[in-house]
Ligand binder design. Structure first.
Ligand SMILES: [Zn+2]
Length: 236
């Protein structure tokens, strides 16, 4: 009886501590909007200090911005095509791009409707394609070959993906066909795989040369980033 009570009390203490953490654990600074202070949690289950309360940026958006700033992933004046365009990344691109086009499969989400597996654009049209958290949703072989086709010679794909670096092999499973199954197996109801370290082989097999930029300290603790998260830059 007493043990049961103690167990329930601990469970409530645990739930309260999770609730408490939602409003921010440590002060962070946002490289996108300049906000300094507590961040909020984002996602289910929550990622503490994931979201800037001022501009709404997530960890991956801030990482993209930092590396764009530091390494000029996109060079001034370049023509950029941005798939599934997130507002926080848009700001970073628009500050530097000469031409900027946002594309999505959903007509309400962007400037033009494009299917990344079968891109309705001529060859060698863009200097840079940005696809952050897109490839895990689609036939990536088709998408990578289409992206390569519409890039100018020397153009680059900037890609971010969820990846399990401890896996040598990407996990795909044809038996997983429901929303619930995809959430269980791939982390989200519209993901169709979970990448392993061989993501790199897929990109190289499509004819790209790969460079990687990794979230490290002190950036991780300063800006609320995901440890080890990567920005992949694939040169056509
Ligand atoms: Zn911000």
């Amino acid at each position: 009886m007493l043990n049961g009570l103690r167990g329930r009390l601990n469970w409530w203490r645990y739930k309260l501590s999770v609730l408490n953490s939602l409003g921010g654990q440590f002060p962070r600074s946002c490289p996108i909007c300049g906000y300094e202070g507590l961040f909020s949690s984002v996602g289910v289950p929550p990622r503490a200090d994931g979201k800037c309360p001022n501009c709404g940026s997530y960890e991956r958006h801030r990482l993209f911005h930092l590396f764009q700033d530091r390494h000029q992933l996109i060079k001034p004046g370049e023509a950029v095509l941005h798939f599934a365009p997130e507002a926080s990344v848009r700001r970073s691109i628009e500050a530097v791009a000469g031409k900027y086009v946002r594309a999505d499969i959903n007509p309400d989400a962007a400037d033009i409707v494009l299917n990344i597996e079968n891109i309705d654009l001529p060859d060698a049209e863009f200097d840079v394609v940005v696809a952050s958290h897109v490839l895990e949703h689609v036939d990536d072989g088709a998408a990578l070959s289409e992206i390569k086709r519409i890039l100018k010679p020397g153009g680059r794909l900037i890609a971010m993906i969820p990846i399990v670096e401890g896996w040598n092999q990407t996990y795909e499973n044809a038996d997983v066909t429901t929303d619930e199954g995809r959430t269980l197996h791939f982390g989200q109801d519209d993901h169709i795989r979970y990448y392993g370290a061989d993501f790199r082989d897929r990109v190289k097999a499509a004819g790209f040369k790969l460079t990687e930029y990794t979230a490290q300290e002190p950036d991780v603790s300063n800006h609320g980033l995901l440890r080890g998260e990567k920005v992949f830059v694939a040169a056509a």
